[in-house]
Design a protein around this ligand. Structure first.
Ligand SMILES: [Mn+2]
Length: 293
């Protein structure tokens, strides 16, 4: 089959210059091709560029919001370069990039890459917003103390959030280890909304746990594999596109979202729909964030 797409897009949505100005943008997108602790399938390091490329094909008008959300200003930082860095150094580098964005009073929206990158980002956002709550939308609990010998693993990211003392709300979870179940029973500051309860209409989301400022991390495997096949560890029974959008809308209505990430896209040949879903999701997050409030 002939490859149609060859150009590499550097600015999310490929907008006109005034809408991706580094100084005046409301959002800075940080492409973070970090991949160190992936356990099943490789390729998340290609996720950020695949999202950027797909975003250049996307319409910039949002029919639900009746506006072009890109006009609030969406600057895309150069793709982070982790060459020669070990995992810890790469995480540090990611955190530094986010700190710069926060210093410009912009909202960091990081594209992964594997989920471990959220830890240094959340640490930086938490320094600026000490009342932070983290909302974690994922198939997996990611609450292991360590995984495959490292506390930096993607499977431990939310445990690091708990270690930082930040309240955590997990949504869409349907893959949880015995160790994580035991940990949850020790009474940490974590609420888990299981996917099976959402699917059966039995879930009541404890929104009252949200503080004024919220960080939202979305692992794309939260979405059902029928819609989002290109992830390293797919789990059946996931959320639908509209369920994820509605969750995010509700979060925007209730709190101020001060940082976001969308992680774990693992581009697959012949599954461009996954890249397009991820790009559109990022754009919907920007749109809701800008239009609600
Ligand atoms: Mn996951």
């Amino acid at each position: 089959m002939e490859q149609i797409h060859t150009t590499e897009t550097t600015q999310f949505g490929a907008p006109d210059a005034p809408f991706c100005n580094r100084e005046t943008a409301r959002f800075t997108i940080i492409p973070a091709p970090l991949e160190y602790s992936v356990c099943y399938m490789e390729g998340t390091r290609h996720g950020p560029q695949a999202i950027l490329n797909a975003s250049s094909q996307m319409e910039l008008y949002d029919e639900e919001l009746d506006c072009c959300p890109i006009e609030v200003g969406v600057y895309t930082h150069p793709v982070l370069n982790y060459q020669g860095m070990d995992h810890a150094a790469a995480l540090h580098h990611t955190g530094e990039a986010v700190r710069e964005v926060l210093e410009r009073h912009q909202i960091p929206l990081t594209l992964g890459g594997e989920h471990s990158l959220s830890a240094p980002i959340i640490a930086e956002v938490y320094k600026k917003y000490p009342d932070l709550t983290v909302v974690h939308i994922d198939a997996h609990g990611d609450l292991r103390d360590e995984y495959e010998g490292t506390p930096l693993s993607h499977a431990s990211i939310e445990r690091r959030v708990v270690d930082m003392g930040i309240p955590l709300l997990e949504i869409g979870i349907r893959s949880f280890s015995p160790e994580e179940a035991a940990f949850l029973k020790t009474g940490p500051n974590v609420a888990v909304v299981w996917a099976y309860k959402i699917a059966r209409g039995l879930a009541s989301i404890p929104w009252e746990r949200l503080s004024q400022h919220t960080y939202v991390t979305i692992d794309l495997d939260a979405i059902d594999p029928s819609e989002m096949p290109a992830v390293g560890t797919p789990e059946p029974g996931g959320l639908s596109w509209y369920q994820v959008l509605d969750l995010f809308k509700e979060i925007c209505q209730r709190t101020t979202v001060v940082g976001m990430d969308v992680v774990e896209l693992c581009p697959m040949e012949g599954q461009t729909r996954a890249d397009f879903l991820a790009a559109k999701l990022v754009y919907k997050l920007i749109g809701y964030h800008s239009s609600i409030k």
